[in-house]
Design a protein around this ligand. Structure first.
Ligand code: F0G
Length: 458
């Protein structure tokens, strides 16, 4: 490392995509048309789109070259073998099953292992994961450590699974628990990492009860960087070596390649167990496609293979994690409470703390997210009572936290884009007391945050 401290993007821009500038009046009209749901906006009405880091990143020159190399044979395409080998180089599972994205892998896995009366322990289920578990009639249980539920508390690995709670749960209901899952990084808890030590401890509990351990591995490379920089004894290892060890500690994984696969679409399901793999492949053929392409084109498989080579780069990961922290530090300095430490892929603003005058059931996260868009065209995502406040039986509770996630697409925005976000957020925070809550005007039974419509409260 050189002595300079400015974080530079470790790439030059090779193709550009225009951003359409909008006025506040235009954005207010867009909000009204969208029922104040940011998922319903036209994306070209958004200036800086921090809705998600999923599938929104920029591919590299070499990934676009790989796209050209794609082979679209229905069965046994060379692109499939490239993909399989690239996944196995990091995660040496016997069976690699491509899917069109993460939730397709989840749907297949939980259809096979879930069902009424079953429970699935996870550090924290992501929303689609929870929905896929619950859709089978099973119960999704979140067992993150207590520190992981306190937004302002500093802890190096807030994504840890509470292994005492896991042990107690399996002692009581082990027979109902087909697998145990650890999500890295813990997205719903603020993009927080899990250490190797915790994974080993979870492994031990799983072994005690004879339970397979699965990863929800979406952001495995960011998690590996946190291990390298925060876990004692890991600083001299490469991200790749750390990832390989993570892979050896578990029995399988679901993956959305739209995150650390560095692509716009793709995913996989992987495991060592032959019987489970056969059941999963049979379902895959029904819903996704033949086992050598899943729901993907050959060119997508090639882009993932190349993306997996790029995501383990130390220069990339250092820039990725430090540039996210750059945004977080500036927001903290502006007096905006954030989940700390900062996640790898996103900064999570603590709307409940910033807007104490708006009760959870008036959706402070929604109020903050809408205002960031109205004022500056920045689209974030509520992760709080709107997302998690509806129980399967239709009753409403406050979510565990009320956060607004500003997720950073990979290799897409520059530091001046981020400086603009900081300027807008500062302005919104300065008039936080004048923000008002929302009520839900219309909502579906599941995953309501995607399609609900809202109305501002007077
Ligand atoms: N698991 C985690 C931890 C995720 O963050 C996501 C997606 C999925 C599973 C599902 O993957 O979208 O490919 O089907 N998270 C995105 C997000 C949508 O914005 O955080 P998918």
């Amino acid at each position: 490392m050189d002595r300079w401290t400015t974080i530079i993007e470790p790439f030059r821009i090779h193709a550009v995509e225009p951003i359409r500038l909008t006025t506040q009046d235009e954005r207010e009209r867009a909000l009204e048309e969208a029922g104040w749901n940011l998922f319903s906006l036209h994306a070209d009405d958004v200036l800086i789109d921090l809705l998600t880091d999923s599938g929104t990143g920029a591919m590299s020159r070499d990934q676009w070259a790989a796209v050209q190399h794609g082979d679209e044979s229905y069965a046994g395409s060379p692109s499939w073998f490239l993909f399989r080998d690239a996944v196995q180089e990091l995660f040496a599972f016997k069976h690699i099953i491509p899917t069109h994205q993460g939730r397709a892998a989840e749907k297949i896995l939980y259809t096979v292992v879930g069902g009424p009366g079953k429970i699935i322990p996870n550090n924290t289920h992501f929303d689609t994961t929870r929905a896929n578990v619950e859709f089978t009639g099973a119960e999704a249980v979140d067992l993150v450590i207590a520190e992981g539920r306190q937004p302002a508390l500093i802890h190096p690995f807030k994504g840890h699974m509470d292994t005492v709670a896991l042990d107690a749960l399996l002692a009581e209901r082990g027979a109902d628990s087909p697998i145990v899952v650890v999500t890295i990084t813990n997205n719903s808890g603020g993009g927080q990492p899990v250490s190797l030590a915790n994974l080993r401890a979870v492994r031990e509990v799983c072994d005690k009860y004879g339970k397979p351990l699965f990863l929800d591995g979406c952001r495995f490379a960011e998690n590996a960087w946190f291990i390298k920089t925060r876990e004692p004894g890991q600083e001299h290892r490469s991200p790749k070596e750390i990832i390989q060890e993570i892979g050896r500690l578990v029995d399988g994984m679901t993956m959305s390649a739209k995150k650390d696969g560095m692509v716009n679409i793709g995913g996989w399901l992987a495991m060592n167990d032959d019987t489970l793999a056969e059941q999963c492949r049979n379902l895959l053929i029904l819903t996704e496609g033949f086992p050598t392409y899943g729901g993907l084109a050959g060119r997508d498989l090639e882009a993932i293979a190349q993306g997996l080579r790029e995501v383990v780069s130390e220069d990339y990961l250092r820039y990725r994690i430090e540039s996210t922290a750059y945004l977080g530090n500036a927001l903290l300095e502006a007096g905006i409470p954030c989940v700390q430490p900062f996640g790898g892929h996103a900064v999570y603003l603590d709307a409940r703390a910033l807007l104490p005058h708006i009760p959870p059931l008036e959706y402070p996260g929604q109020a903050l997210a809408v205002e960031l868009y109205r004022a500056g065209g920045i689209r974030g995502c509520e992760i709080g009572t709107v997302m998690f406040g509806m129980r399967p039986d239709g009753t409403e509770v406050s979510g565990p936290m009320d956060l607004v996630r500003l997720a950073i697409p990979r290799r897409t925005y520059t530091q001046s884009h981020i400086d603009y976000v900081i300027e807008v957020a500062r302005d919104v925070a300065a008039r936080a007391g004048s923000l008002r809550g929302y009520r839900i005007a219309k909502q579906p039974k599941q995953l309501r945050h995607f399609t609900a419509t809202f109305a501002p409260l007077a």
